[in-house]
Design a binder for this molecule. Structure first.
Ligand SMILES: NC(=O)c1ccc[n+]([C@@H]2O[C@H](COP(=O)([O-])OP(=O)(O)OC[C@H]3O[C@@H](n4cnc5c(N)ncnc54)[C@H](OP(=O)(O)O)[C@@H]3O)[C@@H](O)[C@H]2O)c1
Length: 215
C-alpha cells in the first residue's frame, strides 16, 4: 500500500511548528521565516523557485526527498490560508497561480467548497472527513504513489494519533518559540511505534526521521 509521508516539517526546540498570530503577511506568525532558513539555503529550494544555486549538502539531501514518489498531498485549513480565508469565495491558497504541489491536494476543512484547478497540475479538493476517510480519497487520487501529509501541526498530530503516518521527517531548529501550535501535544509514547534516527548538520538543525515499525 502507498505510504503516508511527512517531509521537511520544521519545529522549534520547544515543539512549535508555527508561531502565534498567523496572518496573510505572516503565515508562521511571530516565527517569521526562522523555522525554514535551513531549507531556503538548499539547492532543492532554489530549484523549486525556478532558480539555481544553493547548498548541496546534507540539508539538501533531506529536503529533496519531499517530491519523489508523491501522488497527492493532504493539508489542513490552517496551511491552506490565513485565519478567515473561508470567508473569501475567491481565495485560491497561499501559493499563487502555479502552486508547488503539481498533484491533487486535499484540504481538510469544516467549510468545504468546489474543487479548484490551478496551473501546473495542482488541483485543490476540499474535504470535511475524518483522517482515515480523507486518506482513502487521497490514496485513490495518488494512483499507487505515496501521499504526503503537508501539515500544519494540528493535522499531522491527528494523523499520528490514529497511527496513519508511515514516515515522518521532522527538522528541529535551535530556537525557542514560546508560543504557537505544538506538534507533540497528546502524543505521549509516540516513539514506541517508530524507528527513529537523528542527524545534526552544520547549519545547526537536527533531522529526525520516524519510520513506522509496521512498515
Ligand atoms: N513547520 C512546518 O514545517 C509547517 C508546515 C506546514 C504548515 N505550517 C504552518 O502551520 C500552520 C497551520 O497549522 P495549524 O495546526 O494551525 O492548522 P492545520 O493543521 O493546517 O489545519 C487545522 C484545521 O484544518 C481543519 N481540519 C483539520 N482536520 C479536519 C477534518 N478531519 N475535517 C475537517 N476539517 C479539518 C480545521 O479547520 P476549520 O475548522 O477552520 O475548517 C482545523 O482547525 C500555519 O501557520 C502554517 O504556515 C508549518
Amino acid at each position: 500500500m502507498s505510504a503516508v509521508r511527512v517531509h521537511n516539517f520544521a519545529i522549534s526546540l520547544d515543539g512549535f511548528a508555527t508561531g502565534a498570530g498567523q496572518a496573510p503577511d505572516a503565515p508562521f506568525g511571530h516565527a517569521g521565516e526562522r523555522l525554514h532558513e535551513w531549507m531556503f539555503a538548499t539547492r532543492f529550494w532554489h530549484e523549486m523557485g525556478g532558480g539555481q544555486g544553493g547548498s548541496g549538502g546534507a540539508d539538501n539531501a533531506f529536503a529533496a526527498m519531499h517530491g519523489p514518489g508523491i501522488g497527492a498531498e493532504i493539508m489542513g485549513a490552517g496551511k491552506f490560508g490565513p485565519p478567515g480565508w473561508q470567508d473569501d469565495p475567491d481565495y485560491k491558497g497561499a501559493w499563487g497561480a502555479n502552486p508547488p504541489f503539481h498533484t491533487p491536494v486535499f484540504v481538510l476543512t469544516h467549510r468545504p467548497r468546489p474543487s479548484i484547478e490551478m496551473a501546473g497540475g495542482t488541483t485543490f479538493h476540499f474535504l470535511d472527513l475524518p483522517p482515515a476517510e480523507a486518506l482513502k480519497r487521497a490514496r485513490e487520487a495518488a494512483g499507487g504513489q505515496d501521499v504526503r501529509l503537508g501539515g500544519g501541526p494540528s493535522v499531522i498530530r491527528d494523523f499520528l494519533a490514529e497511527g496513519l503516518v508511515d514516515h515522518m521527517h521532522v527538522v528541529q531548529v535551535p530556537m525557542v518559540l514560546g508560543r504557537g501550535v505544538r506538534l507533540w501535544d497528546g502524543l505521549e509514547s509516540l516513539e514506541e511505534a517508530y524507528h527513529i534516527e537523528a542527524v545534526s548538520t552544520p547549519s545547526g538543525v537536527t533531522h529526525l526521521t520516524f519510520t513506522a515499525k509496521t512498515r
